[in-house]
Structures are given as structure tokens and as C-alpha cells.
Design a protein around this ligand. Structure first.
Ligand code: ZN
Ligand code: FE
Length: 254
């Protein structure tokens, strides 16, 4: 089982430490920065052994080289984007598994936000590190992929257990909720969640991680088959990729 420690950095990023208590192996997921990571390691008394990168953006790999130089850790990242991951040692892709001590990650290729984005699922710890693919109530912008690609990526995660914690890389939830309610106004679970999110943020509290079950019930980007969503978009009965693409487009312009 992993012990997971969440570190807020920059304006809205989350970096995570994942510690395998049985062996002491400790990974940092998407280190945007370095000082906060070293401080958190010291505070927890953990020794870093790995960096797990989800994609190449600077707010996810910015700390790679300094952290590797200081700790000698092993860097994992997407095979499909290996040339853009600083210091990469181990390239992983769809269906691969990787053992962090006794905790095993299953890797999914989830392109769309970037060409070579991956997600790490630690089944025994109910933990999904999904970078900028899924956010609480949102999904990543399609910088390097198509709606069809992103929908296919999200669909790979559909059957994860509902109790899976979604450790996404940004605190974007309140803005995402404000958009989501405009496209699925009659979703009671979404209305309740938005209220919870607004209260949390008003108190300066985090809304991440969420659970996969919450996302399936309320995240419009996972719900292109929702009649309520289709009705709002004027796309009743349309293909789910079309509905997903239109939802993404509206969020881009929100
Ligand atoms: Zn990104
Ligand atoms: Fe990011």
C-alpha cells in the first residue's frame, strides 16, 4: 500500500509523493518544482527513489534534472514521448506494469492533452495519477490530440473501481464546476458537488483528490452519453465523440 502526500506548488499544481511503506521506495509524481519536494521528503523522513512523469509539460517535469542530480533517482515516463522527458531512464507505455517496491502501477497510454501522455494506476492502493488527462470535473485541453483520441483515452479508464482516488495535477475544480453546471444543469449529483466545491474553495481547502465514482457521476467529459448533456448541447442521439468534442470546445470558450 502506498502512503500518498499531496504538495501544492506554483499557482494551482499538485505534486505527489507516493511512499511504499514496506520497502521505503518513494516516488514523486510530476515534480513541477524542487524546493517543495525536498522539504516534503525531509518532513516525512522519506528517501526519494523514483520520479514518475505523466507528460512533458514543464509544470510536470520542471524538477526532473535537479532532483535526479541530488538523489540519483530513476525517472519513468511515456515511451511515446521519451525525447521530451528530461533525464528519462525507464520508458513505459500501455499495459506495462512497474513495481515501486511492493506497489505495482499499471500504465495506460492516454494521449490527447499531449501526444505521449500516460497515467499510472496503483490498483492495490486505489490510486490513479492521471496528470492533465482527467481533472476533478474536467479534462485536459487538447493541445496535441483530437477529441476522438482523448475520448478513447478516457474510455480506457471507464472501468476503474469507483473508490479509486483521482490524483490529478491541478486544482481547477471550481472553474470546471462552473462550466459543468451549464451543460448538465439537471444533474443533482453535480449540483451538490458544485456546492461542496464552492464551499471548500471559499475556505481555501483542496478539492483533490476526488474519486472515480464521483467523476463518472458528475464530470461532463466522462458523460457524453448523458441525455441531459446531449439535450443542452442540442445533440440528442449524437455520436459520443461528437458530443465529447463539442463539450471540450465549449469549455475552451467558457
Ligand atoms: Zn499539461
Ligand atoms: Fe499541467
Amino acid at each position: 500500500m502506498l502512503e500518498i502526500h499531496q504538495i501544492p506548488v506554483l499557482s494551482d499544481n499538485y505534486v505527489y509523493l507516493a511512499h511504499d511503506a514496506a520497502t521505503g521506495d518513494t516516488a514523486v509524481v510530476d515534480p513541477a518544482t524542487t524546493d517543495e519536494v525536498f522539504a516534503a521528503l525531509e518532513e516525512k523522513g522519506w528517501t526519494l527513489t523514483h520520479i514518475l512523469n505523466t507528460h512533458h509539460h514543464l509544470d510536470h517535469v520542471g524538477g526532473n534534472e535537479v532532483i535526479k542530480a541530488k538523489t540519483g533517482c530513476t525517472i519513468l515516463g511515456p515511451r511515446a514521448d521519451a525525447d521530451r522527458i528530461p533525464g528519462i531512464d525507464v520508458q513505459v507505455g500501455d499495459g506495462d506494469t512497474y513495481a515501486l517496491g511492493t506497489s505495482v502501477a499499471k500504465v495506460f497510454d492516454v494521449p490527447g492533452h499531449t501526444r505521449g501522455h500516460i497515467a499510472y494506476w496503483f490498483e492495490d492502493s486505489d490510486a490513479l495519477f492521471c496528470g492533465d488527462t482527467v481533472f476533478a470535473l474536467g479534462c485536459g485541453r487538447l493541445f496535441e490530440g483530437t477529441p476522438a483520441q482523448m475520448w478513447h483515452s478516457l474510455s480506457k479508464l471507464k472501468d476503474l473501481p469507483e473508490q479509486t482516488k483521482v490524483y490529478c495535477a491541478h486544482e481547477y475544480t471550481q472553474g470546471n464546476a462552473a462550466f459543468a453546471i451549464t451543460v448538465e444543469p439537471d444533474n443533482a449529483a453535480l449540483v451538490a458537488r458544485k456546492q461542496w466545491v464552492d464551499e471548500r474553495r471559499a475556505n481555501g481547502e483542496r478539492t483533490v483528490p476526488s474519486t472515480w465514482g464521483e467523476e463518472l457521476a458528475t464530470n461532463p467529459f466522462l458523460r457524453p452519453d448523458s441525455p441531459d448533456l446531449q439535450k443542452t448541447l442540442g445533440m440528442v442521439g449524437a455520436d459520443v465523440v461528437e458530443v465529447f468534442g463539442e463539450t471540450r470546445k465549449r469549455k475552451d470558450n467558457f
